[in-house]
Design a protein around this ligand. Sequence first.
Ligand code: DGL
Length: 282
Amino acid sequence: MDRPIGMFDSGFGGLTVARAVIDLLPNEDLVYIGDTGRYPYGSRPQAEVRAFARELAWSLVNDFNAKAIIVACNTAAAAALDELVAEMPVPVIGVIEPGARALVAATRSGRVGVIGTVGTVMSGAYDRAVASTKAAVVLTAAPCPGFVEFVERGQTSGDEIAILADRLLAPVKAAGVDTLLLGCTHYPYLARVIGQTMGPAVTLVSSADETAFAARRELGELGLLRTGTNIVAEHQFLSSGDIGWFADLGRRLLGPELAHAGAWVPQDLRAGIDTSVPPQVH
Ligand code: DGL
């Protein structure tokens, strides 16, 4: 099927998932929206993040004819995945369940950790997702406010991040976890600092690959994968913030597929559209 897969995040973080999707599903067209004009999501109330997530998902379906949505943001998935699955006319795949599966599969001691935004950790979404795997593990969760901002500024190493990491990761270190899930799609870009702080005995897990596998499985089961030979897939990247910055930093983080970026305009800036009501699909 020639329709694109739609993806969104508050900014650059979902590019970690986009990279995995492009690598695993090279035939698929992709439309990625980074809501950089309204990031960070992690410190916002759940209801507001849910409204943003619905707006982005409906835009991907109505404006870009997306055949599936990947919510490439833990904070948005924690706030809105259930609603999106219920209301969207296309399959919706989140990052939390795939991440939880990867986490419990990787641990040996059963002491596992997850780090994420305040919104994600406070939502309890990971406690529920890990519990639903039925794995015999003890989960310690720690919020890491500030990490996302470093990535959005293009700063992925240095003393400032190391000092912050030392403080924010103290609870998961103290819990003696052997595996740590990067429960925010921005965090893989800080993996070197996080890994150094946690030490070599701790395995870092991200949800990007597992989410790409979940997308392949779900689209495959529904007969929605694009098949054929000599397909040159198109990858479109949009931002609600500074497009030049999105293209520059995005290319550095994702790679050459992010050749240029376009503008995505939130509904509250479009005239006369009620954002509280999801638009109808025709
Ligand atoms: N990448 C988003 C996540 O996974 C970051 C949220 C934010 O903007 O704070 O949670």
